[in-house]
Design a protein around this ligand. Sequence first.
Ligand code: WQD
Length: 324
Amino acid sequence: MTTLVIGGAGYIGSHVVRLLLERGEQVVVVDDLSTGYRARTEGADLVELDVTSPEAVDRLAFHLTSSGADSVIHFAAHKQVGESVENPEMYWHDNVGGLANVLAACAKAKVRDVVFSSSAAVYGMPDVPEVTEDLAPQPINPYGASKYVGEWMLADAERAHDMRTVALRYFNVAGAGWPELADTQVMNLVPIILDALERGDVPTVFGEDYDTPDGTCIRDYVHVLDLAEAHIAALEYLRGGDRPHRVFNVGTGTGSSVLEVIDAIAKVKGIEIEPRIGERRAGDPARLICSTDRIRETLSWKSEKSLEDIVRSAVEAREAAAQD
Ligand code: WQD
C-alpha cells in the first residue's frame, strides 16, 4: 500500500509516517518544510510542495499517480487559535484552500481513501461532561471553523467522487513517540511549561477560578503515538468494507487539569514547580473531555498511554535535543 502524507514532516505527521514505514508500507511525504523538517521523513520519498500554490493540484495528482498511491492523509495546516483570530484570511486561504486542492487532486488521480486532521476546536465551548461526535459543532474561532468547513468539504467530495473519507478530531496532543520527532513549537501547555522551566521562568496557569475540582481548566491529553495509531486504524477502516461513520474524536476519555499536568511534570523532572496564577485566557472552556465510544467501537482504537507517559516522553525529548 502507498500513502501520500501531506504535512508528513511535521510533528504529528512524522509519527504517522514512521508507523506506516514500520508496517512496511510505501510513503510519499509532501511538505513545504515551513514548520516541518526533512530529517523527520527519513525512509520516505519527500516532495517539497506548498499545497496552496496554483500548481498544487496538478503536482499532487502527478505524484499520486506516479507513486500508485491508494490513500492520502492530510495534515498540512495552520493550527494556532490566536493567529487565526488575528489573520482569519490566512486560515481560510491555506487550511480550506489547501484541502480543496488536495481533494481535487485525489479526484483527478482517482484516489479513494482520505484521512483528514480535524480538531476538537470544531466544538467551541461545549458545556457537557464528555464531548460526543453527535454534539453540533459550534466553532468559536477561525481555526476551528476552518476545520469544520474541511469536514463539510470531505462530505461533498464523497458525494461527487468515488471517495471515502475520515476526519479525526484531535483533542490535546502532546508527548513524543521518538525524541527526534518531538514537537519543536512552543504553542501548547506541555511544551510551554517545559520551555519556561528551561529558561528559569515561572509557568503561568491561566485562571484558577473555573468550576472544576482544583479551579483550573481540564483537557483530554492524548499521546501523539496513540494519535498516530488512530490514523492507521482510520486507514484500515477506509480500506475495509463497512463504514458507518466519517468523523471520530481522538482522545483518552480522561481529563487532566492544568495543575495536574504541572504536577506530572514536576514529578517526572523531580523538582518542585510553583506556578504563577494568571488571568483566564479568552475562549477557554472549563472542561473539554473526549467521548471515546465511537472510535473504540468502530475502529477498535483506544489510547494506551498515560499523562505520565506523555510528560516523560516530552521531557526526555527535550533533554535529548539539549545534548545535540
Ligand atoms: C491547554 C490548557 C490553557 C498555556 C489547543 C487548541 C485546540 C487543539 C489543542 C489543535 C488550557 C492552559 C496553557 C499556559 C495555561 N489544537 N494553559 N498556561 O487551548 O486546550 O487547545 O490545542 O487542534 O484547538 O485550542 O490547548 O495547550 O493552549 O492549553 O494555563 O501557559 O492549558 O488555559 O486550559 P487548548 P493549550
